[in-house]
Design a protein around this ligand. Structure first.
Ligand code: KIV
Length: 277
């Protein structure tokens, strides 16, 4: 049975009813199709694609054109999951006008349902302007990989009372600015629970404990396709890399020893036609 497109009000209702919201990253057509068929509520085309798909060392070099290219493929592979396009570093920092223009590209060119951007209270005016233009925005606080250098690397955020209070204030300000959802990355579980309880919009955790309204993981971490490193908060549900390598080695061996292609993989020609060649 065909499921209908997930809506923001359904996501809000899930929070109200205490039902968990699911989010998974995807960066291409086949993965989006699998995530969609698995009944996951929301697909995030994360700028994590810079690392897990494009081979960059961080998310910083990812461009708008790269994001749009991948978002288009994901949208084509998605029927019902709600698609969120991640705004890359420097696509929403220079001016509010530029932020609106770039957010618009995700919706107009790549058929995304919404955009996500990183940052706390400082980003509230940008979110307000994009929402005013009619584009739903998901906020992202805590560990914000695009600006991790400013915080001396990839570290858990909000561990002391002062920084925890600042994150609570950011969450309040982003909700007030009109964000429909907020991703919280790498913050203590008690703090995530506190923010989740206070906000009316859903919170999605990644390394933020079980009391968020929903959870997100990077697809390549979940299926074991990213071998460079695995953060502590990841649960790997299947380890595909060794299985894929095994299949590739078997293919290479069979081509080299002539076992592939076998009779079942070739096309026959009538003998009399073959004799005329
Ligand atoms: O880019 C991304 O995949 C993300 C998630 C880790 C939340 O921002």
């Amino acid at each position: 049975m065909d499921r209908k497109k997930v809506t923001i009000s359904e996501l809000m209702q899930k929070k109200e009813k205490g039902q968990k919201i699911t989010m998974m990253t995807a960066y291409d057509y086949p993965t989006a199709s699998l995530v969609d068929q698995a009944g996951i509520d929301t697909i995030l085309v994360g700028d994590s694609l810079g690392m897990v798909v494009l081979g960059y060392d961080s998310t910083v070099p990812v461009t708008m054109d790269e994001m749009i290219h991948h978002c288009k493929a994901v949208s084509r592979g998605t029927k019902s999951s709600f698609v969120i396009g991640d705004m890359p570093f420097m696509s929403y920092h220079v001016s509010v006008e530029q932020a609106i223009t770039n957010a618009g590209r995700f919706v107009k060119e790549a058929a995304c349902d919404s955009v996500k951007l990183e940052g706390g209270t400082d980003m509230a005016p940008v979110i307000k302007a994009i929402v005013k233009a009619g584009i739903p925005v998901c906020a992202h606080i805590g560990l914000t990989p695009q600006t991790a250098t400013m915080f001396s690397g990839f570290k858990v955020q909000g561990k002391d009372a002062e920084s925890a209070k600042a994150l609570i204030q950011s969450a309040r300000d982003l909700e007030a600015a009109g964000a429909f959802m907020i991703v919280m990355e790498c913050i203590p579980d008690i703090l995530a629970a506190r923010i989740t309880k206070e906000l009316t919009i859903p919170t999605i955790g990644i390394g933020a404990g079980k009391d968020c309204d929903g959870q997100v993981l990077v697809y390549h971490d979940l299926v074991g396709l990213f071998e460079r490193f695995t953060p502590k908060f990841v649960k790997q549900y299947i380890n595909l890399s060794p299985k894929i390598k095994e299949a590739l080695i078997q293919y290479r061996t069979e081509v080299e020893d002539g076992t592939f292609p076998g009779p079942g993989h070739t096309f026959a020609m009538k003998k009399e036609e073959a004799e005329k060649i």
